[in-house]
Design a protein around this ligand. Structure first.
Ligand SMILES: Cc1cc2nc3c(=O)[nH]c(=O)nc-3n(C[C@H](O)[C@H](O)[C@H](O)COP(=O)(O)OP(=O)(O)OC[C@H]3O[C@@H](n4cnc5c(N)ncnc54)[C@H](O)[C@@H]3O)c2cc1C
Length: 401
């Protein structure tokens, strides 16, 4: 017997191995172990749940009360329905309540933990411990083989054998926190398709005259309606040194493709911007445009826009007012790009849902292999939707492994 075979003969035998100690993996491991399955979770970071800990500014926006499939991007908009309907935001709230955790709603159905993100992670780790799931950190999954009906996982600490393998290793966002393309490699190895992973919920970068306008405004925020194609979000926009960010921009970035224009309405409460400008010209002809705009926008932003039109309202022709109205209500910009995976809150794309069962998250053509969480081509809006998908898909797989 050569050395490799000896190691494999001594391979640890598990019912279930979960790769990745993030939101989805921890939920799945706890659920599987609670069903009596001998479960081992592997995380290559020194500690599990890195993204949970930094989420929601340290308060973890752990779910959204409106987490329906329409709030998720996927090549198959129906795929997420099954898992989301079987493990709802209220199920997660029940779990938190059982552990004495409390929360509050900030806005738009977003729920945040009163005790901080660390408490959410503790709930998941306590659930794993109570159910008997072993969480092993500092161990990286390197490669997988399927032999004699079992998965042989080569890790940085030797070979582990499991009858069910759950890949919960996330997407490519924030490599410095441990993100890898492991899930995509395993998917492709077993013949599953992968929808091209791209940065999502990510700030836009700009060049040339757009950046020259935006950069001096870094730090200025504006309530705005931001659109790309048929999709619009009304939330805050934030100017940065490299372009645009803020919730409205992060949201629309998930729908944006290179080269496309984004339209920004800086006066979303004004149904008819041109009509409003004409009214003001009549009622306050001697007022400067910057004075008028500063009543609705941050002064720095009002000044920057009005720089191109320094005169008083009475001096503007209808044609000029049309141009100003378009600049305020339908400002069209073409981002040069995004801040990339280094800054993206999530990854759009991932393991193609056509290859997975929406009920169990198991690969249709590869029995015993499961993909959950962000590794799958299901991407939520900003506001707690991504964690809800992690809980729901992790729970769904945990019921069947
Ligand atoms: C800054 C930031 C803030 C966020 N805030 C929120 C929020 O408030 N609300 C919300 O809903 N979503 C938020 N998100 C998104 C959310 O964190 C993710 O959607 C969610 O964590 C995905 O969970 P997951 O378990 O699928 O993947 P991850 O949390 O990425 O977990 C995957 C784990 O697998 C490990 N891993 C990778 N490769 C290997 C390997 N080969 N071997 C072993 N382990 C491996 C990784 O180290 C990681 O711990 C935020 C994201 C970021 C970056």
């Amino acid at each position: 017997m050569d050395y490799t075979l000896m190691v494999e003969a001594a391979a640890e035998m598990q019912d279930v191995v979960v790769i990745g100690g993030g939101a989805a993996g921890l939920m799945c491991a706890a659920t599987a172990a609670a069903r009596g399955r001998k479960t081992l979770l592997l995380e290559h970071n020194k500690k599990p749940g890195a993204k949970i800990l930094i989420s929601g500014g340290g308060r973890c926006n752990f779910t959204n009360q409106d987490a329906v499939a329409a709030a998720y991007l996927s090549e198959n908009r129906h795929f997420a329905k099954s898992a989301l309907s079987r493990y709802t935001p209220w199920d997660f709230m029940d779990l938190l309540a059982r552990h004495g955790v409390t929360w509050h709603e900030k806005t738009l159905g977003q729920l945040f933990c009163d005790q901080g993100a660390g408490r959410i992670l503790k709930v998941l780790l306590d659930e794993c411990a109570e159910a008997g799931a072993v969480v092993r950190t500092g161990v990286a999954a390197r490669s997988v083989r399927f032999e004699d009906g079992r998965y042989k996982l080569t890790t940085s600490e030797g070979v582990i054998s499991a009858s069910k393998l759950v890949v919960a290793s996330g997407g490519l966002s924030i490599p410095k926190m441990g993100a890898t393309g492991f899930a995509y490699d395993v998917a492709r190895q077993f013949g599953l398709k992968v929808v091209t992973p791209e940065p999502a919920l990510v700030p836009f970068t700009f060049k040339d005259h757009d950046l020259a306008f935006m950069k001096p405004l870094a730090g200025v925020a504006a309530d705005s309606m931001v659109s790309c194609g048929k999709t619009s979000f009304r939330e805050a926009l934030l100017f940065t040194h490299r372009g645009l960010s803020g919730p409205a921009i992060l949201q629309i970035s998930s729908y944006w493709h290179a080269g496309e224009a984004v339209t920004i309405n800086l006066l979303p409460d004004e149904a008819d911007v041109l009509g409003w400008l004409k009214d003001v010209r009549d009622s306050r002809p001697k007022a400067a445009l910057k004075t008028i705009l500063a009543e609705k926008l941050a002064t720095r932003l009002a000044d920057a826009i009005a720089e191109s039109w320094p005169g008083i309202m009475a001096s503007f022709s209808n044609k000029t007012l049309e141009v100003i109205a378009a600049r305020l209500g339908a400002w069209e910009v073409v981002p040069a790009g995004t801040e990339g995976f280094a800054k993206a809150e999530v990854t759009r794309g991932g393991v193609d849902t056509d290859c997975l069962s929406s009920k169990t998250m198991e690969a249709k053509a590869q029995p015993g292999l499961y993909f959950i969480g962000e590794s799958v081509d299901v991407t939520g809006w900003l506001g707690g939707y991504n964690f809800q998908w992690a809980w729901a898909s992790g729970w769904a797989a945990g019921q069947y492994v």
